[in-house]
Design a protein around this ligand. Structure first.
Ligand code: ADP
Ligand code: MG
Length: 718
């Protein structure tokens, strides 16, 4: 640990030497702290209203607020803020000092129950997708007591952050959190109902998530010299480096000291905030890394991933490192994603996607597996749409990331079992039949299975599904909301069928097997075990009728399909208006992302790169003239090289003009879809053409004259 800064009165180095379990979560006002700090009655009232999902009584809120403030002050906090997840995908906060007048001129520390449970940030500048215009201009933040309040430390001071949901005057969701919470409730209820048919008992079912986060590190000094990295989070120009990832020597390689120091400080910050950062390693591309946490309830995983992204950037700056979370910071080199691992567990921690040890448990497992298959079969398109944005377009469907076609990978063993069920080899699900199929010993076999398929966007990995197509910079809340909503719908439908079968007199096992068989048979098209990168799969998927939205422009249309609106509306997760608002924001964000990139590239080309090329040309021409003046006729090859460079510079100038024209034309479009198409089509295309020729010019230009750090420098080992 290189920083010797003081944290909460404790030298960071001393904390580092303590066992993590001793300080894990020390900066959160978690249940244990509340139990210690709150008066008994207040704690009981809080827990009861949390369990029932009811609002807090004012006295309870007041009691919690006083204890929370005392705790925060004791830990050096000076300010508090409601912390929320607006639809930008980032986090938002507005700080208030813990001060108020006691009597005129006399300040004391103040914080009230009302301030804890509700705030009214000036919300007019957050994207609302037109929601506030149609309702009311106000927006409120409302305490989300399911996620503990935490202390955000900064070398200059500490702030108490209170996780909140952000809602409009009529309760319409203006953020990413409220829909996630609603979707968790919907799938939890449906799963609980389903469990009623099996032996396993539970009082609640909670979706779980462990998001693996990939990122790049670049020396901060170098990154700051690149306008593209500064403003667009990725390089918009750059010729391939002499050494990329072809040697495959970075993956799982030993972690360099400078990087390890950074990672250790990140983990320390995570542990203090109760973020269970578990695994760290080098990724495939040079200077690419990954952090994976232990899984936890989906809403916590989402809050924690947002915090993690902030921590990575903040700690990176202190270590002189720029943390790139973009999906494709460097052309020609692997991009970054976020593998969102998802499962469902009972309140006692029993994983419903665990195949289990006995045939009876396996039947229950197959029921939930069938529901996930149904969910992805019906809403694979929506799942694709949930991860569609400008950054992810560079990754999906390329030869490294999952394809843009959603399919489910199960592995040979599970596939064989489902095939047998489909054929009717397992009709009644007797103990013997299940054992014949080796269902009784599924977990051991599945764990050892080596047929992992890295090309599948949605893969079963032993006891969870891994959604691999989420972008590395993306908020995971919405993808999680879609999975939860789709599985809730599927489970509800299966539960209805199950009730029908049982009402018709079938015993539970036979009824369950009939419903599972229906689900498996109906969803065959979504199962794919082969190579997702192959062109043959795109054709095969088309034959199967699976949606294939190649880019954001195409994917955004899926949001507007009736099935998409229905899956959210039926469970009260998003009303039609709330969904429309999100579609609108997605369009705007996409247009803005491309407009910014085009603008930055234009400026780089016009004010940095082309002037450098002209200087280079002039210097070379000068050298040739001087040679001639000295009576040494310049060799033809040198003159030809100069001519080529001059010609390319001319091409660049033309393409620059074309880019500007495309930008003006796109900007003139008013219709939402037409505008998105103009930015995603002609502007992006013009940008790529300009980049191509600039990359060629970079290779010809004298290194001393090229004005920005090149890939070789950006990707040099740290
Ligand atoms: P793999 O090697 O298959 O990727 P790991 O055990 O390394 O699996 O886990 C990868 C990620 O998946 C981790 O973030 C982990 O917390 C998460 N994960 C593991 N089990 C579950 C589960 N039951 N539900 C959700 N996420 C899980
Ligand atoms: Mg993984």
């Amino acid at each position: 640990m290189t920083t010797g800064q003081t944290v909460k009165g404790t030298d960071i180095r001393r904390l580092d030497q303590m066992k993590a379990s001793r300080y894990f979560g020390c900066n959160t006002f978690n249940e244990r702290t509340m139990r210690e700090c709150l008066p008994r009655e207040v704690f009981k009232a809080l827990r009861a209203s949390l369990r029932r999902g009811e609002p807090l009584a004012p006295e309870t809120a007041q009691g919690v607020a006083q204890a929370m403030m005392a705790w925060a002050l004791e830990h050096g906090a000076t300010h508090f803020t409601h912390w929320f997840l607006p639809m930008t995908g980032a986090t938002a906060e507005k700080h208030d000092a813990f001060i108020g007048w006691d009597e005129p001129g006399v300040v004391i520390e103040k914080f009230s129950g009302a301030q804890l449970i509700q705030g009214e940030p000036d919300a007019s500048s957050f994207p609302s997708g037109g929601l506030r215009a149609t309702f009311e201009a106000r927006g409120y933040t409302v305490w989300d007591a399911t996620s503990p309040a935490f202390l955000m430390e900064n070398p200059l001071g500490t702030t108490l952050c209170i996780p909140t949901a952000f809602v409009g005057y009529h309760g319409e969701a203006l953020d990413n959190k409220l829909p996630l919470l609603r979707s968790m409730e919907a799938v939890g209820k449906a799963a609980l109902h389903a469990l009623g048919h099996f032996e396993r008992k539970a009082t609640a079912v909670i979706p779980q998530c462990g998001p693996e986060q990939e990122y790049f590190l670049v020396d901060l000094e170098l990154a700051r010299q690149r306008p593209d990295l500064t403003f667009a989070n990725r390089t918009l120009q750059g010729a391939r480096p002499p050494k990329g990832q072809e040697l495959e020597d970075h993956y799982f390689g030993s972690i360099k000291e400078r990087v390890l120091g950074f990672m250790q400080e990140v983990e320390l910050a995570c542990f203090k905030l109760g973020i269970p950062a578990k695994t760290r390693h080098n990724e495939v591309a040079p200077n690419q890394f990954e952090l994976a946490p232990i899984y936890e309830p989906a809403n916590l995983a989402s809050d924690h991933n947002q915090l993690l992204m902030e921590i990575l950037k903040g700690v990176g700056e202190r270590h002189g490192l720029a943390v790139l979370l973009h999906e494709k910071p460097f052309a020609g080199i692997n991009g970054s994603g976020k593998h969102v691992n998802w499962s469902m567990a009972t309140d006692e921690g029993h994983n419903l996607l665990d195949p289990g040890r006995t045939p009876a448990e396996n039947l229950q497992f197959l029921y939930f597996l069938g529901a996930v298959l149904k969910a992805i079969h019906r809403h694979g398109g929506l799942l694709r749409a949930a991860i569609a944005f400008a950054g992810n377009d560079h990754r999906l469907g390329a030869n490294e990331a999952p394809p843009a076609i959603m399919s489910v990978y199960l592995g040979t063993q599970l596939s064989a079992i489902l095939d047998a069920i489909e054929r009717g080899d397992v009709a009644e699900a007797t103990e013997k039949q299940l054992l014949d199929l080796r269902l009784g010993s599924l977990p051991a076999l599945e764990k050892d299975a080596t047929d992992r398929n890295r090309t599948s966007p949605f893969a079963f990995t032993g006891n969870k599904f891994e959604f691999r197509a989420v972008g590395s910079s993306q908020a995971i809340a919405f993808p999680l909301t879609v999975i939860n909503a789709a599985v809730a719908e599927a489970l509800d439908a299966m539960n209805v069928r199950m009730d029908e079968e049982m009402a018709a007199g079938k015993p539970t096992r036979a009824a369950a097997m009939a419903v599972i068989r229906e689900a498996v048979t109906a969803t065959r098209a979504i199962r794919f075990e082969g190579n997702g990168y192959a062109e043959a799969w795109a054709q095969e998927a088309e034959r199967r009728g699976l949606p294939h939205a190649r880019d954001t422009v195409a994917a955004l249309r899926i949001w507007e399909e009736p099935a998409s609106q229905e899956v959210f509306a039926r469970a009260g997760i998003l009303t039609r208006e709330e969904l429309e608002a999100r579609v609108h924001i997605r369009h705007e964000q996409y247009q803005k992302a491309i407009a910014i990139e085009a603008q930055v590239l234009r400026e780089m080309a016009e004010t940095l790169l082309l002037p450098a090329v002209m200087d280079d040309l002039a210097a070379r021409a000068d050298a040739l003239a001087k040679l001639a003046a000295a009576g040494v006729p310049a060799p033809e090859s040198l003159r030809a090289a100069l001519a080529t460079q001059a010609r390319l510079a001319g091409v660049a100038q033309d393409r620059l003009a074309a880019l500007k024209e495309a930008m003006v034309a796109a900007d003139a479009r008013e219709d939402l879809h037409a505008r998105t198409e103009a930015f995603g089509g002609p502007v992006r295309h013009a940008q790529e053409l300009l980049r191509d020729v600039l990359d060629q010019l970079e290779k010809d230009c004298a290194a001393s004259r090229w004005p920005i750090p090149v890939y070789r420098e950006l990707l040099a080992p740290l």
